[in-house]
Structures are given as structure tokens and as C-alpha cells.
Design a protein. Structure first.
Length: 176
């Protein structure tokens, strides 16, 4: 399946000023073009076991129609995802602010790890697949030691608010 084959099941126009709904292709194409080469900051929101929220920056890339991100196995975000995989990821893209909601699942198959590592390397992070995760000579100071877990976000919904013309706001529902 290619990115262009992956389409939302439904869309809802959230714009209150008369702008038409935005096509999913708008944020998807920016994710394809700009990850990992453009300096984007992705924020992962998870839920602690006691119900309190947690948010942290993650290194993320768009690959094969999905968002992938890394996290050290001992970090709060990885521990939260182990207990509850529901999460959201927010990012400001060229011309559109985007929130992706769904469930994150750890990826351990070597083929996907190697493809993700290649995408990360193309953006300047010298990642490689090893020990059921990704490894490199460095990562975020708070990531802990390698290997780092790779997660795939399975989308339920996404919300985009355009910050450049054509303006608008749309929710895309991917649940089938």
C-alpha cells in the first residue's frame, strides 16, 4: 500500500468561516516531503498509569503511509505506551498544524526497522537496526542507552488547521 492508497474513511469540515474541507493529501504530502529532512518538532502525548497526561518531543518520520517515532525503553513515554498505547502526536508543518490520534505499537520486524533506519539516516541521524530497535552513536540526551524502540502510529483520526492559503480546518477519520 502506498501513501496515496491510504485514505480517510470520512472527513468533517471544522471551518466556521466558509472554507471548504481540506484534502488529507495536503498534510500527508508535507509529511512525505519534509520528514526527516526538515527540522520539525513532533510532540507525543501519552497517559500515565494514574491518568495524568505526559508530553515529550520525539524524532518522527513518515514511512509507508504511517508515522513512526522512537523512544528509549526506560522513558516515561515508552512506559506509558506499554500500559496504554493510545496517544496523539502534534506537529506544525508547512502551512498546516496537525494532530494525529491513534495507537502506537512497537515495531520489531527487521525489514521495517531497516527501512526506518534508512529514512532517519537520510535526515542526518546515523541510525541502524539492531537488537529489535534502532541504535546510533547518539540520540536525545533523555533517551537513555541504545537500542531505542521504534513505534508505528495507527491512525484513528487527524485534525488539520491550515496556517496558509487555502485556509480551513478538517478532521479526517481513518477508522473503518
Amino acid at each position: 500500500m502506498t501513501d496515496k492508497d491510504f485514505a480517510p474513511a470520512s472527513t468533517t469540515n471544522l471551518d466556521r468561516y466558509g472554507s471548504p474541507e481540506l484534502p488529507w493529501s495536503r498534510p500527508r504530502d508535507v509529511l512525505v516531503e519534509d520528514t526527516p529532512g526538515v527540522d520539525l518538532t513532533f510532540f507525543l502525548a501519552t497517559v500515565r498509569p494514574d491518568g495524568r497526561p505526559h508530553s515529550a518531543g520525539v524524532g518522527a518520520v513518515w514511512l509507508d503511509g504511517a508515522l513512526y517515532f522512537t523512544s528509549g525503553p526506560g522513558t516515561r513515554k515508552s512506559r506509558n505506551l506499554a500500559a496504554n498505547p493510545a496517544c496523539s502526536v502534534s506537529v506544525r508543518l508547512r502551512g498546516i498544524d496537525l494532530v494525529l490520534e491513534g495507537t502506537a505499537h512497537r515495531v520489531t520486524d527487521v525489514s521495517t526497522l531497516e527501512r526506518a533506519a534508512a529514512v532517519y539516516r537520510s535526515g542526518g541521524w546515523p541510525a541502524s537496526a539492531a537488537d529489535g530497535g534502532l541504535t546510533a552513536s547518539y540520540s536525545a540526551p533523555s533517551a537513555g542507552p541504545a537500542p531505542w524502540h521504534l513505534y508505528r502510529l495507527t491512525l484513528d483520526t487527524a485534525v488539520g488547521v491550515a496556517t496558509a492559503e487555502p485556509y480551513g480546518a478538517t478532521r479526517w477519520d481513518f477508522r473503518r
